[in-house]
Design a protein around this ligand. Structure first.
Ligand code: ADE
Ligand code: ZN
Length: 366
């Protein structure tokens, strides 16, 4: 039955029911605690701490990826985003066989479906998956098998964004893209770059050739920027990397000319407020610029980034955002509509999703 905005309140059930896409989520950030414990047991790898507190972000002061042959544990490190990224290295290091990779891919699609997500672009950064070093295309092949099975089972449809790590060299990035262009791995729809901008400084020029080669080959482009760096990272993403979407981009709010450019070129920001608050980019939800970006007219989508270790779901993040920023149900329908438009789904998938959203939100005549 169509949803009736006059009688319902914005709760998680209503949000789950909205047909939508998610466009900024890392596969590395979606392993459940059970997935991790199972993988660690299968590979006889010791946990770096008590099982019950593995997802306690405040204890993620640094992880070394487990050695593929001997296992391993926590190492000295830094806090915040960089420490968190090392935690992702540790957990992805537990995925070692094609069957394990396919399993985490399938679990991702099921997790997205449980949030009412019908299509998702998912970012996969092979540098986190240390058992697959030098075999990144085999990793993507195994993941595609899991997404294929999920598709056949009627779960969320998934396209992958192959992500470079900001710390990689130009030569490594160009070699990775050359591999993608010649092998054209199934379900890889885009090139991405992620990692901690604060650690590397500006990297636009370094990756310019890699992104240009990807664009020539028809791969879409999405770039992490304006998260731990200022607006200059977003300018570089647009001007040097031909970004069609920006992941985060929240610090664009500091530069009115950049806001104008995002609007003029219809470049959407894949905003993830919970991630930004938990990882210390903003001290609180109140200080997060999501509402100001939206009010300025920037095309904004609302995403989870790394929901499992951040302890969230898309529906809970949307519900909290509605509460914190005073979004109405119609505002959330707007987020759902923009998620579909911003996605790299094929034209048929987008058209079907648009129609489903329109039908779902049709007001019941009195
Ligand atoms: N990889 C996973 N999560 C990330 C984030 N929030 N920023 C940059 N790279 C990431
Ligand atoms: Zn991200």
């Amino acid at each position: 039955m169509p949803y009736s905005p006059a009688t319902a309140r914005i709760d998680e059930e209503a949000i789950r029911a909205l047909p939508k896409a998610e466009v900024h989520v890392h596969l590395e950030g979606t392993f459940s605690l059970l997935d991790l414990l199972t993988l660690a047991k299968e590979n006889a790898v010791a946990l770096p701490g008590p099982a019950a507190t593995l997802f306690d972000i405040s204890t993620h002061t640094g992880f070394d990826a487990p050695d593929v042959t001997t296992g391993g544990g926590a190492g000295a490190g830094s806090a915040g985003l960089s420490g968190f990224l090392r935690f992702l290295d540790w957990q992805c290091g537990l995925v070692r066989t094609p069957a394990q990779a396919a399993r985490v891919a399938y679990a991702f699609a099921a997790r997205q479906s449980a949030s009412g997500i019908r299509y998702s672009d998912v970012i996969v950064n092979p540098t986190h998956w240390n058992a697959w070093r030098g075999r990144d295309l085999a990793l993507f092949d195994a993941l595609a098998a899991g997404f294929d099975e999920a598709d056949q089972d009627g779960l969320c449809r998934v396209g992958m964004a192959y992500s470079l790590l900001r710390n990689q060299s130009a030569a490594e990035a160009e070699a990775a893209v050359a591999g993608l262009v010649s092998a054209r791995p199934r379900r890889v729809v885009a090139l991405s770059v992620d990692g901690d901008e604060k650690v590397t400084g500006r990297t636009g020029e370094k990756f310019q050739h890699a992104f240009a080669a990807a664009a020539r080959a028809g791969l879409r482009r999405t770039v992490h920027a304006g998260e731990s760096s200022g607006p200059e990272g977003v300018w570089d993403a647009i001007d040097l990397l031909q970004a069609e979407r920006i992941d985060h981009g929240v610090r664009a709010i500091e530069d009115p000319a950049l806001i104008e450019r995002l609007i003029a070129d219809d470049i959407s920001l894949g905003v993830c407020p919970r991630s930004n608050v938990t990882l210390g980019i903003y001290p609180s939800w109140e200080q997060h610029p999501l509402r100001r970006l939206l009010d300025a007219g920037v095309p904004v989508t609302l995403n989870t980034d790394d929901p499992a270790p951040l302890g969230s779901t898309l529906e809970s993040d949307w519900a909290v955002a509605a509460e914190q920023f005073g979004f109405t149900y119609d505002d959330l329908v707007g987020f759902a509509a923009r998620s579909i438009e911003a996605s790299f789904a094929d034209a048929d998938t987008k058209a079907a999703l648009r129609a489903d959203l329109a039908e779902h939100t049709a007001v019941v005549p009195a």
